[in-house]
Design a protein around this ligand. Sequence first.
Ligand code: CIR
Length: 254
Amino acid sequence: MLIAITRGISPSMDHCELTHLQRNPIDIESARRQHRRYEECLADLGCEIHRLPPGADLPDSVFVEDTAVVLDELAVIARPGAESRREETKEVAKALDRYRILHRIESPGTLDGGDVLKIGKKLFVGLSGRTNEEGIDQLSRLLMPYGYEVESVAVKDCLHLKSAATLVGQDKLLLNGTRVDEDKFRGCLIGVDPSEPSAGNALLVGETVVYPSAYPATRRKMEDLGIAVRTVDVSELAKAEGGVTCCSLLFENL
Ligand code: CIR
């Protein structure tokens, strides 16, 4: 059974961190509705939702993906690059403790889960404004005994590696080649439609891709390749630079 850890929208979400977008007021009620639909979509696709209470003073706490990297053998509690987000890891670590042995990224390392793209036994990690080389080295050392390989990838003009590149099938990667170096990756590479530069973030659940309704041209491209896509409206979450991967931590309950 797939578990999806999620976390409710904080009443302070309007004070979220921003890196590439201008601040636009967030309608908290509408963000909550969108988030509930997102959870319903994951539940519909077979996930058991394990929802954590919102962090009242943690504006970005809905974006649980950044707080941990969960693998079959262990979970690594991240050390988010934005200081305002470090407290978020406590509640998530408590929840993950039920499911996995926990390890941690320690200072001066920083690592956001949104920078970690797992493809089989290989983890590509974005060297971004949030994740530093020390964080990547620590992750690599923690995972080596389990047979994982870690490789860093430069990221530009976006928040995280997974803002630009995500898996949409076993050997299919959706990506914006102007934001990450596509030569790093093998298999079937699907470029986002040039009119939708931020369309690289998709969430693969089983064989279905959960995808923002804001990117119809890229969605059609995926559908033309036979990929099943379920769209969700995450427009309010996008104002906080959130996408579809960042609102859950997905893993098997082994
Ligand atoms: C931040 O800047 O950290 C949040 N406002 C957005 C985090 C989105 N996380 C993700 O895409 N993994």
